[in-house]
Design a protein around this ligand. Structure first.
Ligand code: SF4
Ligand code: SF4
Length: 230
């Protein structure tokens, strides 16, 4: 049922089977909080970058389950919503120095990518509009640069992995591709090397010591008034 108020249209959402009237200009996350739910897990940056708030939903009359980030997707009337368990970051352990930037690096650690069916389900599931199947295929043929380029915006939300019929975990492939690219194709970033040198030379020691001496309230105050870089 849709109702009007002075601020915004109210819509009805259904969270784990319970119906709630919420303002229609909220994200799923804010609407769930408006309805009284508290996020202890499954929320992080709230800005679409951390990938923690993967959510599934469907709309009235449709059997299709859709995925989204709860902090980004706006509610719709008669949206049926369920949070899904977080996607585990169970990547293989490897020493990047022992690998080469080729297909073998992927096949040794993630041999399941050879099962890719080219079904494109992963691409359709991605809330970041990433060409997921294409980066998996690029990894499979050893094109590290292309795999790293295509997966650059991946936030490891896991929505592709939970839909893959071949049980491939694309975000692990993406992470390995970007590491190989950084190590063997692009080379180390000069500004990062400079910053590491400054850390090792103790440039930030006094600042860190001061932060460590602050109590909880003072830390909160410092956080609230921090310089924000967009
Ligand atoms: S969903 Fe899995 S099998 Fe299908 S294209 Fe993506 S990685 Fe390949
Ligand atoms: S590629 Fe997969 S893990 Fe990365 S953002 Fe897209 S759906 Fe999420």
């Amino acid at each position: 049922m849709i109702m009007e108020n002075n601020e915004s249209k109210m819509v009805t959402i259904h969270v784990m089977g319970k119906s709630h009237e919420v303002p229609g200009d909220l994200t799923i996350m804010k609407a769930m909080e408006y309805a009284g739910h508290q996020f202890r897990r499954g929320s992080g940056c709230r800005g679409g970058y951390c990938g923690a708030c993967a959510t599934i939903y469907r709309t009235k009359g449709s059997y299709k389950l859709l995925g989204a980030l709860a902090c980004q997707k706006m509610v719709e009337n008669d949206m049926y919503i369920a949070q899904i368990p977080f996607s585990p970051a169970e990547k293989k352990t490897y020493d990047i120095n022992d690998l080469r930037a080729d297909a073998n690096a992927f096949m040794v650690h993630y041999p399941e990518i050879s099962r890719c069916l080219s079904c494109n389900t992963c691409t359709k599931a991605c809330p970041q509009d990433i060409m997921v199947m294409d980066y998996v295929q690029a990894a499979l043929r050893g094109d590290v640069s292309e795999a790293a380029r295509l997966s650059f915006d991946c936030i490891s939300c896991g929505l592709c992995a939970v839909r893959c019929p071949a049980e491939i975990v694309p975000y692990n492939i993406a992470q390995l591709a970007r590491r190989l690219y950084s190590k063997y194709v692009d080379g180390p970033a000069e500004h990062v090397l400079e910053k590491v040198k400054e850390v090792e030379e103790g440039k930030f020691d006094a600042e860190i010591a001061e932060l460590q001496s602050l109590d909880r309230e003072a830390l909160k105050e410092r956080y609230e008034t921090r310089e924000k870089r967009l």
